[in-house]
Design a protein. Structure first.
Length: 304
């Protein structure tokens, strides 16, 4: 039985804690940490902490889920590595590629694989099917990928860069995973902003991702879409096309509910989940995207 502690009792911490408490064989939720102790207590774990580092150090915590604000990911993940405890960190792994690289290096120096990253789309049944059919040669060589990432709304703290680093970071990961190759450059183009978008928010954005093989992907990232949560992906190949089923829901919690459960079960079972290098690669793609958003034009992705 793996005794799991969750750092962060916000939305993502709550999703993970509830799943761990009931739907993950081989796991037991033993502790939750949050500076807001009352929020931690609401998740009904046997122990609560205000300080995430205390939870990570606790003797009865074997593995940790980090679901705290992004700026805290690096110190918490590094503490897990130092303690030799497996950690599943919510996406994005870090806000910058430099911070993600420090995690990659710390894990390497420790000599054992400890860091997993919560790119849960890899466990969504629709994406799993898409990849299986693509890999089986159903449409021949892929040429183009059209993606849409539409949220009904976002909170007031969301800025234009976060549309890339917090939302489209999922496409950065899933495209690398689907196509099995790196993204070499990013070009962000912007239409006029939606009247629904908060003032100053550049929304939507059209993000062009050039893959190393020459495949070109476009991502419409639109976080004030109003009508629902709508994730699309169509791959155009030489012999046909493949697409995710259209499945408009109220939010990502509902749309990817199954994926979060599959991801946690895979993590506890020791199966492949995105790792620190994937977190770094996605952060490098997002950094290029933010640079393109600010300065215009195509920006190469600096990996290594
Ligand atoms: C959120 O943090 C997620 O991870 C969702 O999957 C994504 O759709 C949303 O845009 C993010 O803010």
């Amino acid at each position: 039985m793996t005794r799991v502690g969750v750092v962060g009792a916000g939305l993502m911490g709550t999703i993970h804690a509830r799943l761990l408490a009931s739907e993950v064989p081989g796991a037991r939720l033993v502790a939750v940490a949050d500076p807001d102790r009352a929020a931690a207590e609401r998740l009904e774990a046997p122990a609560t902490y205000e300080d995430g580092f205390e939870l990570i150090a606790a003797d009865d915590v074997d593995a940790v889920v980090v679901a705290s604000p992004v700026f805290t990911h690096e110190p918490f993940v590094l503490a897990c590595i130092a303690a030799g405890k497996p950690v599943l960190c919510e996406k994005p792994l870090t806000a910058t590629p430099e911070a993600a690289w420090r995690i990659v290096e710390a894990e390497r120096a420790g000599g054992s694989h400890l860091v997993s990253v919560g790119f849960m789309r890899r466990f969504d049944p629709g994406y799993v099917e898409l990849k299986a059919r693509l890999d089986a040669g159903a449409i021949g060589r892929p040429l183009l990928v059209h993606c849409a990432h539409r949220n009904p709304f976002v909170h007031a703290f969301f800025d234009s860069a976060m549309i890339i680093t917090d939302s489209a970071v999922h496409e950065a990961d899933i495209l690398r995973w689907l196509l099995g190759e790196e993204i070499s450059s990013v070009d962000v183009r912007c239409p006029r902003a939606s009247a629904r978008a908060r003032e100053g928010l550049q929304d939507p954005q059209l993000i062009l991702l050039q893959m190393a093989s020459g495949v070109l992907a476009d991502v419409e990232a639109f976080v004030s879409a109003g009508y629902g949560y709508d994730i699309r992906c169509e791959i155009v190949g030489e012999d046909g096309t493949l697409a995710l089923p259209v499945d408009v829901s109220t939010g990502f919690e509902q749309r990817f509910a199954a994926a979060y459960g599959h991801e946690l079960r895979a993590w506890i079972a020791g199966e492949a989940v995105a790792g620190a290098a994937d977190g770094f690669a996605a952060a490098a793609v997002c950094a290029a995207g933010v640079e393109s958003l600010r300065s215009g034009g195509e920006v190469p992705v600096r990996i290594g």
